[in-house]
Design a binder for this molecule. Structure first.
Ligand code: SF4
Length: 106
């Protein structure tokens, strides 16, 4: 096996390990200073989650956010999904996953 050694002293060749926001995230309504991050951390069964869903439905990047969550979560069960993303609670995203799988199989 060949291991490629990189010159980490030279930023032009150093591996890029810095996490950066996705390009659509700067338009996210939940990133606004008047948004309380706790609303989106809710399990989907609280008043806070309802508020988060309402904000998401007005968000210009809702579809990108939802698809990113669906890609990251894959086939995870509801209880392994966290928070509100793309306007859907963990239950809603699991239901969407199942519906898409059924549509693909049809
Ligand atoms: S859809 Fe909701 S969770 Fe996603 S970026 Fe917009 S406000 Fe945030």
């Amino acid at each position: 096996m060949t291991v490629e050694l990189r010159n980490v002293a030279n930023p032009a060749t150093a591996p890029d390990t810095i996490a950066r926001p996705l390009d659509w995230q700067d338009q996210a309504l939940c990133a606004r200073p008047d948004a309380d991050p706790d609303w989106w951390a809710a399990d989907g069964k609280t008043t806070d989650a309802t508020r988060a869903v309402q904000w998401c439905h007005a968000c210009p990047v809702r579809q990108q956010c939802l698809e990113d969550a669906m890609r990251r979560e894959g086939n995870a069960r509801e209880h392994h999904r966290q928070g509100v993303w793309g306007g859907l609670t963990p239950f809603g995203r699991r239901a969407l996953y199942v519906a898409r799988k059924q549509a693909d199989a049809a």
